[in-house]
Design a protein around this ligand. Structure first.
Ligand code: AVJ
Length: 344
């Protein structure tokens, strides 16, 4: 076990690749702290698929095709989350910014192409922009665009999976005078179980230190029909997004899943306050997963995503328990989505 983690550390160290953007001489640094291609991560993915109740971690949705499909989801009329959050941001930006520390490090958690951060950078004028994402192409685009548009802002990126812990303590500490503002929009925290979400919030709290803060968007509990429609749009974009994860798995595990043999299914479990997405086998068949094989009965499903919904008071409590003493919230008029600002 010890050897394994030493190997992983060595791999990580080797993959630190200082990179400079080409033509425009915009310089930025990208560190690779990815674990997805490490043996233990792949084994975890495989074991999930071989388990009696098959499952895939939703972080595997976001290959190039999956990231593009997710952007398409955000443009669907049923998927209110992105639009509603954007509206809260634009309606309350100046008030929110008023509460943020000056000369900050803007830390964009799951930055994608960085588009959500740009209007904030205009107003906040941070000392540094630090983008984190699991998708290297999107991250590179984020740094290229932000670096070009804001030459005075230092730009850096970390390719990583921060689902268990933020792997950036050392990088944040390079700028001790710049308080970290953690930006975690889009209700991404909803993918985690309450226990996982709590652990991650505690990790955020640690990074925030004494002068930083966390700006986080969270989808709120609402009518089941609205939630179910949001995760099962009429155009079938969410269905395509869900099935695409099987192509990702095929590549990572040398498997032969046929996405056409699975149907998209989304259900809101009111008691657990979460949308559950599954892929249901349409026919009885067997799938090869590397050197293993897995049978699927008709109707047997793979769990691909939980998307937890919170109440304003429930999430406030979670933040408090994670060590954030001061909390503010902004919502839309219908109370569908919440933007929380949490500080020590
Ligand atoms: C990116 C995790 C916020 O749970 O709403 C969208 C992903 N899944 N449609 C969500 C998603 C299906 C999304 N998050």
């Amino acid at each position: 076990m010890l050897q394994e983690s030493e190997w992983a550390a060595a791999q990580r160290a080797q993959r630190v690749m200082p990179s400079a953007a080409s033509r425009d001489e915009i310089r930025y640094r990208i560190l690779n702290r990815m674990r997805a291609d490490e043996p233990e991560e792949l084994l975890r993915l495989k074991n999930g698929l071989l388990a009696r109740r098959a499952r895939i971690d939703p972080k595997y949705f976001y290959d190039t095709a999956g990231s593009a499909l997710f952007s398409d989801i955000c443009a669907q009329p049923e998927y209110y989350l992105t639009r509603t959050e954007a509206r809260i941001f634009s309606d309350h930006r100046s008030e929110i910014v008023w509460h943020l520390p000056r000369g900050a490090q803007w830390i964009d958690l799951g930055c994608g192409d960085g588009a959500k951060s740009q209007p904030w950078i205009v107003t906040v004028r941070p000392r540094r922009y630090l983008g984190l994402d699991i998708a290297p192409e999107a991250l590179e685009r984020a740094l290229q665009q932000i670096g070009t548009r804001f030459p005075a802002v230092e730009c850096a990126g970390v390719v990583c999976d921060f689902s268990r812990l933020l792997p950036i303590e050392d990088i944040v500490r390079e700028r001790p005078a710049a308080p970290p503002v953690l930006f975690y929009p889009g209700s991404s925290l909803g993918n985690f179980s309450t226990a996982q979400a709590f652990a991650l919030l505690k990790s955020f709290r640690k990074t925030v230190g004494s002068r930083g803060c966390l700006l986080i968007g969270v989808d709120l509990v609402k009518d089941a029909r609205i939630l179910q429609a949001a995760y099962d749009d009429a155009q079938g974009v969410t269905a395509a997004f869900n099935r695409n994860v099987l192509r990702v798995v095929n590549r990572l595990l040398d498997a032969d899943f046929d996405p056409r043999k699975f149907r998209h299914h989304a259900h809101y479990d009111k008691r657990a306050a979460r949308v559950e997405m599954r892929l249901r086998s349409i026919v009885e068949h067997r799938v090869r997963i590397g050197s293993d094989e897995r049978p699927f009965r008709v109707g047997e499903s793979i769990l691909t995503e939980y998307s937890h919904k919170y109440t304003v008071s429930g999430f406030g409590q979670l933040l408090r328990n994670a060590g954030f003493a001061r909390r503010r919230i902004w919502t839309d008029a219908a109370g569908w989505f919440g933007v929380f600002l949490a500080s020590p």
